[in-house]
Design a protein around this ligand. Structure first.
Ligand code: SDX
Length: 392
């Protein structure tokens, strides 16, 4: 009994690791970061404050937060030759393909922060990854539309800087919209960490071999890209746009229930949540705020709301405990802000880098940690003798 949660002593844990960062109660729809409920953090905190909390176990005071932000903003530029590296990609490359390549390539540029046995280098690598992800994500977007890269402006907030690098152009002054900045910062908070999900487990497994942090985060980006995981936000909006009108919802609900049809409602269901994903609640509210502030009239939100209403009252989804997850509404609000669908998972990766880095640090700084080695249940043939080719 840790004083917080009592474990059933008879329960044979299949846990892959101990971690103090994030607690999820899937049955109750509870998500805590270092004990703080996600709803309170999303409403009252900032992404940089949550990043500090995940990395340092406690919420920062004003001086600690200012120092952390100062440190992060001074790592926002990327090596000029990394920009050259970018120019090797095709313009129509998917932003996640670019993110995998560019972040992995950071191992080839920042040799002075790849020694994982040195706590100082681990901290510098962590700050570099958190600071440079917005720059790399914005560069991926700019490269895809043939516009010049913008250098970071450290007078702006972390999220404001990202908005300017993404939507600003050298020829004009870019004004950060405070409503959009707050909405996007909240969306980053909702995506920051989520216990031992597939991509975080990938980062931990890669890190357990002693691989450098840039390579580990690149591995996490690759895993997040899948449509069953972080790629679901892109797939969910594409699905909602394909449905197009509320009248077509029953057709897709029927397909999702048909065992012979591989179609699944994207943005619905979860490996852990068998209740409403608390992040989806905040995300839906954020859609309303952004739509109102930006005077957006996009029928896709009505389709999403009605699809949710129908699904939550359908026996199939009720029995299988399928609820909207974080990806169901995120695409609607990111699209309203102006991001193309292909950038949605890159934004998820940008935010999740904070969790990946915090989880990697937690693992790598544990002197007892060993290389990961998942076990298998062998289902192949029993031992047998080799048969020469002319006898087969
Ligand atoms: C994320 O792990 C994390 O924490 C991930 C994440 C994070 O922050 O890191 O929360 C982010 O990845 C959220 C999930 C995003 N993915 C999607 O929205 C894709 C659509 N969802 C499904 O692919 C699915 O729900 C999964 C992959 C999320 C979970 O798949 P499981 O483990 O098969 O789900 P389950 O065991 O709860 O399924 C129970 C039943 C199954 O049918 P039966 O085998 O019982 O007949 O429900 C069915 C599933 O086939 N089902 C769905 C469904 N999801 C599950 N049927 C229709 N539509 C769906 N979306």
């Amino acid at each position: 009994d840790t004083g917080m949660f009592t474990y059933d002593p008879g329960f044979t844990s299949t846990a892959s690791c101990d971690s103090g960062l994030t607690y999820i109660d899937g049955g109750e729809g509870v998500l805590l970061h270092r004990g703080y409920p996600i709803g309170q953090l999303a409403e009252q905190s900032s992404f940089m404050e949550v990043a500090y909390l995940l990395l340092n176990k406690e919420l920062p005071n004003k001086d600690e937060l200012d120092k952390f932000i100062w440190t992060i903003t001074r790592h926002t530029m990327v090596h000029e030759q990394l920009a050259t590296f970018f120019r090797g990609f095709r313009r129509d490359a998917h932003p996640m393909a670019i993110m995998c390549g560019a972040v992995g390539a950071m191992s080839a540029f920042y040799h002075d922060s790849t020694d994982i046995t040195d706590p100082q280098q681990r901290m510098i690598a962590s700050h570099r990854l958190i600071a440079k992800m917005p720059t790399i994500a914005a560069m991926a977007y700019k490269y895809s539309i043939g516009q010049p890269f913008l250098y970071p402006d450290n007078d702006l907030s972390y999220t404001g800087n990202f908005l300017r690098m993404t939507f600003g152009v050298p020829a004009e002054k870019y004004e950060v919209d405070p409503v959009v900045e707050k909405a996007l910062d909240r969306i980053f908070i909702l995506h920051a960490d989520h216990e031992q999900n597939a991509s975080t487990s990938t980062v931990r497994l890669a890190g357990s071999s002693g691989a450098n942090p840039f390579a580990c985060i690149a591995a996490g980006i690759a895993c997040l890209w899948g449509p069953a995981h972080g790629g679901a936000n892109e797939a969910a909006l594409n699905m909602l746009r394909e449905i197009g009108t509320p009248e077509r919802i029953p057709e897709y609900i029927a397909r999702a229930k048909n065992k012979d049809d591989p179609f699944r409602l994207m943005g619905f269901g979860h490996r852990v949540y068998k209740n409403y994903d608390p992040r989806a609640t905040v995300m839906q509210q954020t859609v309303r705020e952004v739509f109102k502030a930006m005077n957006v009239k996009d029928p896709v939100f009505d389709v999403a709301l009605q699809l949710e209403e129908i699904a939550l009252n359908d026996d199939y989804f009720v029995e299988k405990k399928l609820f909207p997850n974080v990806d169901f509404y995120s695409g609607v609000v990111l699209s309203a802000i102006g991001f193309p669908t292909a950038m949605f998972t890159a934004l998820f990766a940008l935010a999740r880098t904070v969790g990946w880095v915090a989880q990697w640090n937690e693992m790598i700084s544990d002197p007892a940690q060993k290389i990961g080695r998942p076990r298998q249940l062998y289902t192949g043939p029993t031992q047998r003798d080799y048969v020469p080719l002319d006898k087969r």
